[in-house]
Write a protein that binds this ligand. Structure first.
Ligand SMILES: *Cc1c(COP(=O)(O)O)cnc(C)c1O
Length: 486
């Protein structure tokens, strides 16, 4: 007997054997998800995962097939009800985007196309380049600036550190390493910066001892006078300031550093000026928010997320870099198996993989392109502006309520407040857990000047003024209940 040749009927493929049945099931799945979003208000914002549900999915690798409808049923019963709830209008914790049905559909198209955006000559990369051009326009960067989609701002901030390092030490540093450069690089950010800035310096091999965490003023902005002095001192000691990360929209309170002043300091001292605008940078889309972040246009690099205020489904982070050359110098390393041509599928160099550490990459640009095309800049801007109006409304409601107290300035869409009480930290921690477990609304907490605050971030485009009223009502009710129980 010779080698057996399989007929096409016998050969294994993962496509459906009956496309008609599959199509019917697909439409059911799509409808379920549309209904989920349409009727999201009928659900609690979040509910604890029951133990039996948590355990019910634990099994060995499935050996045999299951019906798609069965697996989908498990998703509907076991996964969908126990997500974190950021689609829900009453989700007010952390800084999570709400997503949109348009973004969901675009994700589906992108998965169907299964495009790998690492490189080669393909229209999906042209779409990504178009979004890059939009961002160059929005941030008023020079036409030949570069940009690329990444998972999130954590990755974008990390890349900006590497780019700033290459900018100072040249491409050679990639071969010699930092140690052999014999130079001590110093980075600056504020005490209110996101933890991923510290992590970026760490994983870039610079070492967190080389970060100066500049104290903040009463507005939670980096104190620029201390920044100036610290840079001068470091220079005097033979150290090399190379990177300043300012924040446009801090996670705690939504503060915006004085970007214009920091830009001028960076320019004068010849230091890379990076802005962590994770959620705040897209405030540029809103007419009334844009003036607050003036100065961002002068950055050398900006990191931000479309998946926060931009409402693009996770994940869709982005980095924009003024100096395309140094961006390329930091990451490009043409390998022979990635050889480029002027024609055919290997044309179109440089490729996205030359602008970052990822080779295989998803088509994050598509859901972002769909979002801008279907909603338009104006409407997205109005939505962003409205989340800030909700914050002002909550601020007023807090100030007017004798049981509540405002804990920080309200610059953008974040409000920090607390229920006034003797063991304030304990009570407010319990209030937040109760709010989350009741399914009424889901704020988070933060610590400001050593005191625990209820932190409300309005990012979800579905949240309305009634949701703010419900938050206030339940906070006061749970606070009083707690007090009378002790
Ligand atoms: C959310 C956030 C980050 C982290 O962004 P990811 O997309 O979660 O990686 C960094 N900085 C600030 C100010 C943020 O709000």
């Amino acid at each position: 007997m010779g080698t057996e040749i399989l007929s096409d009927m016998q050969k294994t493929t993962l496509d459906p054997s009956n496309w008609d049945d599959f199509r019917t099931q697909s439409h059911l799945m799509l409808d379920d998800m549309l209904s989920y979003i349409e009727n999201i208000r009928l659900r609690p914002v979040w509910q604890p995962i029951p133990n039996n549900v948590r355990q019910s999915i634990q099994e060995s690798i499935p050996l045999k097939p299951s019906e798609l409808s069965e697996v989908h049923d498990q998703f509907m019963k076991k996964v969908l009800p126990y997500a974190v709830g950021n689609v829900h209008p009453a989700f007010m914790g952390w800084v999570h985007g709400g997503g949109t049905p348009v973004g969901m559909l675009a994700e589906m198209l992108s998965a169907g196309l299964n495009a790998n955006l690492g490189g080669r000559d393909q229209m999906p990369i042209e779409i990504e380049k178009q979004v890059v051009r939009w961002m160059i326009e929005l941030f008023e960067f020079p036409e030949n600036s570069s940009g690329i989609f990444v998972a999130g701002t954590s990755m974008a901030n990390f890349m900006s550190v590497l780019i700033a390092r290459t900018n100072l030490l040249g491409r050679e540093v990639r071969e010699t390493g930092l140690l052999n450069s014999g130079r001590t690089l110093i980075a600056y950010t504020s005490e209110a910066a996101h933890g991923c800035i510290k992590q970026a310096i760490d994983i870039a091999g610079i070492g967190t001892d080389s970060i100066r965490f500049i104290p903040v003023n009463n507005e939670y902005q980096m104190d620029v006078e201390i920044l100036r002095k610290t840079i001068a001192e470091d220079k005097k000691n033979g150290l090399e300031p190379f990177f300043i990360a300012a924040t446009a929209g801090t996670v705690d309170v939504g503060a915006i550093d004085d970007l214009e002043t920091i830009a001028s300091i960076a320019k004068k001292e010849n230091i890379w000026f990076h802005v962590d605008g994770a959620y705040g940078a897209l405030g540029l889309l809103a007419e009334d928010v844009a003036p607050k972040i003036k100065g961002i246009h002068q950055a050398d690099s900006i990191a931000f997320d479309f998946h926060k205020w931009g409402q693009v489904p996770y994940d869709a982070g982005f980095i924009l870099v003024r100096n395309r050359n140094v961006h390329l110098e930091t990451f490009s390393s043409p390998a022979t198996y990635l050889s480029r041509e002027n024609a055919g599928m290997s044309a179109g160099s440089p490729w996205p993989c030359d602008f970052g550490p990822d080779l295989s990459r998803s088509f994050r640009a598509l859901k972002t392109w769909f979002t801008f095309k279907t909603y338009g800049k104006e409407k997205i801007g109005e939505m962003i502006s409205d989340t800030c109006k909700l914050a002002q409304y909550l601020k007023t409601s807090v100030v007017d309520n004798p049981n509540l107290e405002l804990m920080s300035p309200v610059e953008l869409n974040i409000v920090c407040f607390r229920f006034k009480a003797e063991n304030s930290d304990e009570i407010n921690k319990s209030i937040v857990i109760k709010l989350q477990e009741s399914g009424i609304c889901a704020p988070s907490t933060t610590t400001l000047n050593g005191s625990l605050a209820i932190r409300v971030a309005f990012v979800n485009h579905r949240t309305n003024f009634n949701d703010v009223d419900a938050l206030i009502e339940a906070t006061v009710r749970f606070g009083k209940e707690y007090e009378s129980s002790i």
